[in-house]
Design a protein around this ligand. Structure first.
Ligand SMILES: Cc1ncc(COP(=O)(O)O)c(C=O)c1O
Length: 403
């Protein structure tokens, strides 16, 4: 079956080069103290240094985390103490209080999927105890609380630009004292731009979308062979600047309607799929800029495989906690890791693409579909897909080596 490929990452239209540049960039890019690195983890590492954190200091970190932020802090030399989340994915106040010792310096909060934590409340809580508040808005660029941007409540805030716009990379940080400008060599970012353009084509044309969908499992298998499961947490060079293409394209892609468009798409999916949404994400706050739409099921990996047949690439995000987390002590965060996956909600989706997503989820989670085997496609179809995949993997690897 031919299907447009719809993924959670924003794509990059081919005509972006002819667009006018926006004269006003959103927070934190419009703040003189803002620094942009290649990735948010670099921004976190640098913020730890400008906040003056060191080996004697403890940061309280949520058990539900990506892993790269934890690795960045550990690499910056600070100690981590994990705290529990409530069932609404807020920091568990009682647990936080029980973790306080004189060497605790920072409360680290994460604005999950663009849904804001009550940052004002946590700032007050920190002020009352002489702590610093670190806001992780990696998934919440453009999210506001009462018209005030997240990331501006704390003593430091970090953001991922490429999660909201189809630029190759970009991790911004705002902190009490701005870090020095990143000093390593600037990369062009051409390969990632190409991939984002290709994704844009795959989102619009079913023939390209199907080709992409059929080659992805092979690529994943190929990558898995080469890497360990925690590789995605690696810090890399913390002085990496954003790529040249990110800085060139960012002013052309930012748009004051982005958050509202994402919210509109979220409401659309909420209307159709509300019964599958985990409780913390069942009501969208007014100023949120949702990064993705969460769906909770019993067997997330198998539903994700089925979704691919309808052209929808969801992700089981944050499946692996950072290895330093004693997972058995945090069953709630592990339940989210195992049961919740994310589907696209980005600003460029059309009504027909949103319908494709909603129908795909309904079909993939319907009882009739659940009974079918995921690998139930006939063998000739599989062989055709395999040949296509091999061709694309070779092509992909050749390009990778050239860049
Ligand atoms: C909550 C959170 N913080 C930090 C990061 C690190 O972002 P980056 O991959 O840009 O370093 C991520 C990445 O997904 C994240 O989800």
């Amino acid at each position: 079956m031919w299907a447009r490929r719809l993924a959670i990452w924003p794509t990059l239209p081919i005509n972006v080069y002819f667009r006018n540049e926006s004269t006003c960039l959103p927070y934190p890019l419009n703040d003189d103290g803002c620094r942009v690195f290649s990735r948010a983890r670099h921004a976190i590492w640098n913020a730890c240094h400008t906040l003056g954190l060191g080996a004697k200091d403890i940061v309280l970190v949520p058990a539900y985390h990506h892993g790269s932020e934890v690795e960045a802090m550990l690499q910056a030399g600070v100690n981590i103490r994990y705290y529990k989340m409530t069932e609404l994915l807020e920091p568990d106040l009682q647990n936080l209080e029980s973790l306080l010792t004189p060497d605790v310096r920072v409360l680290y909060i994460i604005h999950y999927l663009g849904f804001p934590q009550d940052a004002g409340r946590w700032r007050q809580w920190c002020d009352d105890r002489g702590l610093l508040l670190f806001e992780d808005a990696a998934q919440a660029f453009l999210t506001e609380i009462d018209h005030k941007p997240v990331g501006s409540f704390g003593h430091a805030g970090v953001f991922c630009l490429y999660k909201t716009y189809g630029v190759p990379d970009g991790g911004a940080v705002i902190s009490m004292a701005p870090p020095p400008l990143p000093g390593s060599a600037i990369k062009q970012g051409g390969w990632r731009v190409f991939k984002r353009h290709f994704n844009w084509l795959a989102e619009r044309w079913a023939a390209i979308g199907s080709m992409h969908l059929s080659c992805k499992p092979m690529l994943k298998w190929f990558k898995k062979k080469k890497c360990d499961p925690h590789r995605e947490f690696a810090l890399g060079d913390p002085f990496s600047p954003p790529s040249a293409m990110t800085m060139r394209l960012l002013p052309k892609v930012v748009d004051s309607t982005t958050a509202a468009r994402r919210r509109k798409n979220y409401y659309f999916l909420l209307h159709k799929l509300g019964h599958l949404v985990p409780r913390p994400f069942a009501a969208l706050p007014a100023g949120a800029c949702p990064f993705a739409f969460p769906v909770e099921v019993n067997d997330a990996p198998s539903v994700l495989k089925k979704l691919r047949r309808y052209g929808v690439e969801g992700i089981l995000f944050w499946r692996n906690a950072h290895p330093s987390l004693p997972v058995q002590e945090f069953p709630r965060s592990m339940a989210f890791r195992n049961r919740v996956f994310a589907i696209p909600v980005h600003q460029d989706l059309t009504p027909s693409e949103l319908n494709q997503i909603a129908d795909a989820v309904l079909n993939a989670t319907s009882s009739a579909e659940m009974q079918q085997s995921v690998t139930g496609t006939n063998s000739r179809e599989s062989l055709k897909q395999l040949i296509k995949s091999i061709f694309l993997v070779i092509w992909d690897c050749n390009l990778c080596q050239q860049l």
